[in-house]
Write a protein that binds this ligand. Structure first.
Ligand code: FAD
Length: 468
C-alpha cells in the first residue's frame, strides 16, 4: 500500500505537538503514513525561545505554562520531563495605579473578585469605586447576546475603576490586547456563563470555585505556573528528540500551496515540491493568505488583527538595585504615563534562572496605543524601560546586558465576533481545501497548553480525514 503523506507547516509548539501525536498514533496503529514538518527559520519552537548567557537562563518569548491546564503538564510527564519541572515563586505581585505600587488584592480570579474582604480593604480603589463594584451582586443578568467585549461585560457589572485598575491590566496584559475589543466568547466564555447562571460574577465564582482545602493551599505555595530547570525550550528539544529521523526540515519556507486532484503540492523555498495528501497549517494566520493566494476567502484572515510587543530582559548585579521591592512583579494600569505594561522580577519568580548575587528583570512594551515603540532601536527601548523602572526602584548602575525581542504583528487578537469569523473561514476551507487544517494560536486559544491541544486535535482530524 502506498504511504500517505502529511505536511505540517511551521515548527512552533503547535506544529511539533501535531507531529508528535501523529507519530504516536501512526506507531500504535501501524499506519502507512509519513509526516513531514517544514519550518521556515533555522530553529524550532517559534515563539518559545530560551537562551543561556553568563549563567542566566533567559526566555525571549513566553516564560511559563499554566499548571491547571492539563495539556502541557500531561505532555511534559509523557516526555519524561517531570524531574525538570520548576514552579514559579509565589511572592506578592503589585499593580501600578496613580504612580504607586499597590498590592494586588487577593481573592480574585483573573482579576475578577471572588472574595469581598480584600476588595473592600484594598487601597487601590476609591470608596465610590468599591461600591460600584458591588453592584455586581444586585444587577440583573444581561440579555443573552451572541458576543460582546470582555470590557463591556466587566464595566457593566463592576464599573470602570475595578476594570481599569485590576481586570484590564491583567487580561489585556496576558493577550497584549485591549479588553474593550476582546471577544468574551473567544477568550473568557466562563464569565458569560457565570453571569447567565448566577446573575452575578462574584456569586458565580463563589459557588463554582470551591474554597481551597488545606492541601490545595499548600499546593498554592508551589505556584500556578511551571517551566523547566533549563527553560521552556526544554519541551521543544524533547519533542524534537522524539520525532522520527527526517521528520523536520528547517530553513525551508512553504512559499505556495496548490490543491491538486489528489492532495496538495507545497512549493518550498529551496525550489522543491513536496506532495502531501493532507496539510496541517500552523504558521500564523497572517502568513496563510500568501501561501494560498488563489483563495480569496482566506483574505478574511487579515481581519484577525495581531498586535506588536517587545520584551526586554535586563541583567544586573544585585548591588545595582538600591531600592528593591519585596515581590515578583507588577502590572501597569493603562491610564498611567508609563510605556512598560508589566515588569517581572524574574530572579524572584524563577530563581533557577539567575546566578547568586545577580538580578534579572523582564519587561514588556507595546500597549495597543503605543505600537510603534517596537520599531525603536535597542538603545532607545532600553532607555525608556530603565526610565520607567527607576520610577519605582532605585537602580544605580547600567544593566550588564539588555536583550530585546520584538514580536511584530505576532500576537493574534480575538476581537468580538472572532468565533464566527473563524467558523466561516474554516467552513470555506473544508469545502474548497478538504484535508487542509488551519490550526495554532490564531484561532482557538493562545496559551501554550492550548496550542499543544490544537496540535493533538489536528493530528486526530487529519488521520480521520485520511481514513475516510
Ligand atoms: P509559532 O510559535 O508562531 O510557530 C509558527 C511557526 O511557523 C514559526 O516557527 C514560523 O517560523 C513558522 N512559519 C511561518 N511561516 C512559515 C512558512 N511559510 N513555512 C514554514 N514555516 C513557517 N503562552 C503561554 O502559555 N505562556 C506564556 O508565558 C506566554 N507568553 C508569551 C509571550 C510572548 C511575548 C508571546 C509572543 C506569546 C506568549 N504566549 C504565552 C503565547 C504562546 O507563546 C504562543 O501562542 C505559542 O507559542 C504559539 O505557538 P504556534 O506553534 O501556534 O506558533
Amino acid at each position: 500500500m502506498e504511504r500517505k503523506k502529511i505536511a505540517i507547516v511551521g515548527g512552533g509548539i503547535t506544529g511539533l505537538s501535531a507531529a508528535y501525536y501523529l507519530q504516536k498514533q501512526i506507531k500504535a496503529s501501524q499506519l502507512a503514513v509519513e509526516v513531514q514538518l517544514v519550518e521556515a527559520s533555522d530553529r524550532l519552537g517559534g515563539r518559545i525561545h530560551t537562551i543561556k548567557k553568563d549563567g542566566f537562563t533567559i526566555e525571549r518569548g513566553p516564560d511559563s505554562l499554566l499548571a491547571r491546564k492539563p495539556e502541557a503538564m500531561g505532555l511534559a510527564k509523557e516526555l519524561g520531563l517531570e524531574e525538570e519541572i520548576v514552579y514559579n515563586g509565589t511572592g506578592q505581585s503589585y499593580i501600578l495605579v496613580k504612580n504607586k505600587l499597590h498590592k494586588m488584592p487577593k481573592g480574585a480570579f483573573m482579576g475578577v473578585p471572588k472574595e469581598l474582604k480584600p476588595l473592600l480593604a484594598s487601597n487601590v480603589f476609591s470608596l465610590k469605586g468599591k461600591l460600584r463594584a458591588l453592584w455586581d451582586l444586585v444587577l440583573p443578568k444581561s440579555k443573552e447576546i451572541d458576543d460582546q467585549s470582555v470590557g463591556t461585560l466587566m464595566r457593566h457589572r463592576f464599573g470602570n475603576e475595578l476594570v481599569d485598575y485590576q481586570i484590564d491590566p491583567l487580561l489585556s496584559g496576558i493577550h497584549s490586547g485591549d479588553i474593550d475589543q476582546m471577544s468574551l466568547q473567544a477568550t473568557y466564555p466562563m464569565f458569560h456563563r457565570l453571569e447567565q447562571e448566577h446573575g452575578s460574577l462574584i456569586k458565580g465564582l463563589q459557588k463554582t470555585m470551591s474554597k481551597p482545602t488545606k492541601k490545595a493551599k499548600e499546593k498554592k505555595t508551589q505556584g500556578m505556573f511551571f517551566s523547566f530547570e533549563n527553560g521552556l525550550e526544554t519541551l521543544i528539544e524533547r519533542l524534537e528528540e522524539k520525532l522520527a529521523d527526517g521528520t523536520v526540515r528547517m530553513n525551508t519556507a512553504v512559499d505556495h500551496i496548490e490543491k491538486k486532484e489528489h492532495g496538495y503540492h507545497l512549493l518550498l523555498s529551496n525550489g522543491e515540491v513536496y506532495r502531501a495528501d493532507a496539510v496541517i497549517m500552523t504558521a500564523p494566520h497572517n502568513k496563510v493568505p500568501k501561501m494560498l493566494s488563489q483563495y480569496d476567502f482566506l483574505k478574511k484572515l487579515y481581519d484577525i488583527p495581531a498586535t506588536s510587543t517587545a520584551n526586554v530582559v535586563l541583567g544586573f548585579d544585585q548591588s545595582a538595585i538600591k531600592k528593591d521591592i519585596d515581590g515578583t512583579g507588577f502590572l501597569v494600569s493603562r491610564s498611567e504615563k508609563y510605556r512598560i505594561t508589566a515588569c517581572t522580577w524574574t530572579h524572584r519568580k524563577w530563581p533557577n534562572t539567575t546566578p547568586e548575587g545577580k538580578a534579572l528583570f523582564r519587561l514588556y512594551v507595546g500597549k495597543p496605543d503605543d505600537q510603534d515603540i517596537v520599531n525603536l532601536s535597542d538603545e532607545e527601548i532600553t532607555d525608556i524601560v530603565l526610565r520607567d523602572m527607576n520610577k519605582t526602584m532605585k537602580i544605580k548602575a547600567k544593566p550588564e546586558f539588555s536583550i530585546i525581542t520584538r514580536f511584530k504583528e505576532a500576537r493574534p487578537q480575538y476581537h468580538v465576533g472572532h468565533l464566527e469569523r473563524v467558523a466561516e473561514i474554516r467552513a470555506n476551507a473544508a469545502r474548497e481545501l478538504p484535508g487542509l487544517f488551519l490550526t495554532g494560536s490564531s484561532y482557538d486559544g493562545v496559551g501554550i497548553p492550548d496550542c499543544i491541544g490544537h496540535g493533538r486535535n489536528s493530528a486526530e482530524e487529519v488521520l480521520a480525514f485520511l481514513n475516510k
